[in-house]
Design a protein around this ligand. Structure first.
Ligand SMILES: [Zn+2]
Ligand SMILES: [Zn+2]
Length: 438
């Protein structure tokens, strides 16, 4: 009989393991319009176990945003949680001084990580970044109760309803990968790893064995990996090889290179899917629900932003809900700087690529590429509504950035209308076929 957990009033939640991404960028935080779709914060992922225990994976700059979600607010506290640190490179710890729950004396955070290679204690390695002259606030301001436990490779330990396993990865100054097992499935976090070391490669495959979700270093394209041997990172191609060999259900490409814009990351996903179809790019705001044997990937709401009403015909080419190629005419009903919404006689497959063509008075087409991010059945005259995130190339400077211009004379200030999509639309449910009994 399924265990019922966290029952707020009369709502019963089905046991789930939730993975939420707050920072997915490698090496250095970025703020750049060309990466709005995936985000610029450095690694921070939260795993919520079926019983509601919160496990933070790495404390990169994404940790600041994690500390601001209502579930981490002071009203929802006190919080007892843990933070598993892969290693102590800046991109994995820089968010810690900005994690608001660390300043609340009622909270307890248990840190686990590799013993630092220079012999420093884990606590001093972490707090060193707050010493004078690097940081304005004294260490004593971090009033939450904190414990620091060094863990080695090959350890297994229990935290509430989760069993954690650690394995050493191949990375300068060392790094740990973590495997989190619960009654709802297995999530493996393996970032900052360079392939090519026979022992390291074997350990990573062992760590990822039969995982429902593998979050894997995929910083480079394969050619770039060869140029950057020794830097401690992997490629999307290597990530797919691990996912396949370890019988993983769902692969999340992670630790995106600072030089990889959204277009580059989308191209990597496209190529990776030719080898391992259930591949996604980790992105800020992305949530993965795990309820073995089902893994559900819920993207961000990429069409949030100023919205301009419109009404004109468009041609839509893509993959229908049953996987068959579709080429139909629909009606565009609104547009944002990042996407558009159309009503059409048939639905397209959520998560699939789609081409939207503007038709002008002379039936000339202006095609744009996009991804289907939501389907609303029966939106208009029983026809479905289709939300599409366009793969826009964002330029810099000039007034074009603030305007939406179409060849049909729809020209409007982007500030005129503001609306929001519903968050957390499900675009893929992956039935499992990996071996059972992990
Ligand atoms: Zn890193
Ligand atoms: Zn590193």
């Amino acid at each position: 009989m399924p265990r019922m957990v966290r029952i707020p009033l009369f709502t019963v939640r089905t046991p789930l393991m939730l993975v939420r991404f707050f920072g997915v960028r490698g090496s250095i935080p970025l703020s750049d319009l060309r990466i709005w779709q995936h985000g610029g914060n450095t690694p921070c992922v939260e795993v919520e176990t079926p019983a509601g225990y919160r496990i933070i994976l790495d404390g990169g700059t994404g940790l600041r945003a994690l500390g601001q979600v209502p579930a981490w607010g002071s009203d929802a506290g006190p919080h007892h949680a843990c933070c598993l640190l892969s290693h102590y490179h800046w991109d994995h710890i820089q968010g810690l001084p900005f994690f608001a729950p660390l300043y609340d004396p009622r909270n307890q955070i248990a840190f686990f990580g590799l013993p630092p290679e220079n012999g420093a204690a884990m606590k001093s390695a972490l707090q060193g970044q707050m010493l004078k002259p690097y940081f304005p606030v004294d260490l004593s301001a971090l009033a939450a109760a904190q414990t620091f436990t060094a863990v080695e490779s090959g350890r297994r330990w229990v935290l509430h309803d989760a069993t954690i396993e650690s394995e050493r990865l191949h990375h300068p100054q060392g790094c740990l990968g973590f495997r989190i097992e619960t009654e709802c499935g297995v999530v493996v976090y393996a970032t900052d790893n360079e392939p090519g070391d026979p022992l390291g490669d074997a350990m990573l495959r062992h760590l990822a064995r039969d995982a429902d979700v593998l979050i894997c270093d995929a910083q480079y394209a394969p050619a770039m990996l060869e140029k950057r041997r020794g830097w401690g990172h992997s490629s999307w191609l290597e990530a797919t090889a691990v996912a396949e060999a370890a019988h993983v259900r769902c692969l999340l490409l992670f630790h995106h290179d600072p030089d990889s814009d959204d277009t580059t990351i989308r191209r990597s996903v496209r190529l990776a899917r030719e080898r391992f179809p259930e591949t996604w790019a980790a992105a800020e705001g992305l949530t993965v629900q795990c309820q073995t044997p089902l893994v559900t990937v819920c993207p961000t709401a990429p069409r949030i932003g100023p919205r301009v009403p419109a009404r004109f015909p468009v041609r839509l080419r893509g993959r229908g809900a049953d996987g068959v190629a579709l080429d139909i005419t629909g009606s565009l009903t609104n547009m944002t700087l990042k996407g558009t919404y159309v009503v059409a006689p048939e639905a397209f497959e959520e998560g699939s690529e789609i081409e939207v063509s503007w038709l002008d008075e002379n039936a000339q087409e202006t095609p744009m590429q996009g991804t289907v991010v939501r389907i609303d059945p029966g939106r208009e005259n029983r026809n479905p509504g289709i939300g599409i995130a366009l793969h826009v190339e964002i330029g810099f400077g000039g007034s074009e950035d603030a305007e939406v211009v179409s060849r049909h004379g729809v020209k409007a200030s982007a500030r005129r209308a503001v609306a929001h999509d519903e968050p957390g639309r499900i675009i893929s449910a992956l039935p499992g076929n990996a071996p059972q009994g992990k």
